[in-house]
Design a protein around this ligand. Sequence first.
Ligand code: FAD
Length: 512
Amino acid sequence: MTATTSRLRLILGDQLSPQHSWFRQCDETILYVLMECRSETDYVLHHAQKILAIFAAMRDFARQLQAAGHRVHYLAIDDVANRHSFAGNLDLLLAQYAANHIDYQAPDEYRLDQHLAAYRPDGVSVSMVGSEHFYTERDSGTQLFAGRKKWLQEHFYRSLRKQYRVLLDDDEQPLGGQWNFDADNRGSWKGVPAEPVDRRPRHDHSQLWQTITAAGVASFGAPNAEQFGWVLNRSEALQQLDAFIEHGLPYFGQFQDAMSVHAWRMFHSLLSFALNTKMLAPYEVVQRVEAATRAGHAPLAAAEGYIRQILGWREYIRCVYWARMPGYEEENFFQHQRPLPSWFWSGATKMRCVASVLQQSLQQAHAHHIQRLMVIGNFALLAGLDPAALHRWYLGIYIDAFEWVELPNTLGMSQFADGGMLATKPYVSAAAYIDKMSDYCKGCHYDKKQRIGERACPYNALYWDFFSRNEDKLASNPRIGMVYPQLRKMDPDMRQQITAQAEYWRVNLEQL
Ligand code: FAD
């Protein structure tokens, strides 16, 4: 005789951690529920691989739970009973199983947090538990930064290093005598050493892709369903972590900011999807990387640089998100309103850097940090694109894009749309920086050295014009350095030409 179900436990698509304490014991009265909902596929236009990866990983997770002896109800996208929202489906399952309690793990996204917090069906008790994933609590940032005008990541990062004793020596001082080796992490890449071989397992998910499209889900980008390359469960994620530590980590620091048309992932780990869906825990990644450098397998600068991304940036970004929501998505410091040109969805622009990063993003559903920040984000800020529209684009295109991590990165770090609460200065550059860090400018239709003219690189005039038109907002920022003295020294005629050229680019964005 099967026991009566008294409890439903909802598992969201980014809560795929088999390590969660929920799964320590099997209990016949508990039914785990996973659902593929149109509310989740449709809140923004997603890259095909993002939808495919989440559904394939959810299906894999459900199978593993069942194999471990747990009871599971899985509502697929094409299930006729599917009501396509969490509340609608929970109503359905409560009635079907006569359960009287629902548990869910704290959602990372404000939208879902609100949706589930508002769901209180009659006669059913509902409780939220922690996801047991992050180092910090949602409100850790609010406490740590109370009363501070700028929320400096470095301050946050150091305090976590001390609290969790990461990369410290016996005297509780930073290993190697420095907290931060960022200055060592700025090399450009000339093809040596070779980009590590992509060792991620390949799976054929064409059947699932057919089901998704037949259900009417819209998407963009290449599905690559037959040779699907994203890690989809914990054991694949652990293999990817091993491969990264072996082949990528030793060079991670040195080439962290480098970009090339010949190496789309460079020495990056490609672990963000596995981390954000919680297949991997941040502390286990940090521990493994620390152990690798202590064993002499990777330079300290590389390990520190990598750990800073996870222990520093990832946790910090999450704290910013929860401290600033709701309303963060509407901030627009520069009042930029221009819609995104259509080539954001096709990659068809003559700017070789932008085309290369966009085409890679459409093909791989991934671009690394500097590509996102200093190619696409940089262009968007200089051209005055609407940050909310840009946020929706970033949220759709990248495999790892979940709002809690995407929004502060896009709106705060990349677009300075929060007025500099997160970033100490706008991350913008003219062509020279892109040329220094990449091979994009070679063979480009535009000339990296020119500011004015049909063939001048658009970043150049847009860069100077950005500072010129925002002088009242930026001139007093001490981190901006030489820009304003240089602008003031510039020939007034040249300044006028720059303004006209920048306006020309902005009006003719589609033709770039
Ligand atoms: P690696 O370079 O190998 O870095 C290791 C890990 O560090 C990443 O997996 C990630 O978990 C973490 N990390 C690194 N930088 C950041 C950061 N700035 N914020 C938070 N975590 C970080 N990251 C996302 O996970 N989701 C997003 O939606 C996202 N959107 C971004 C949007 C913009 C405009 C920018 C500038 C950055 C964004 N990032 C985002 C951060 C970063 O680009 C990605 O985490 C990284 O490219 C993922 O690839 P990887 O796993 O190979 O990273």
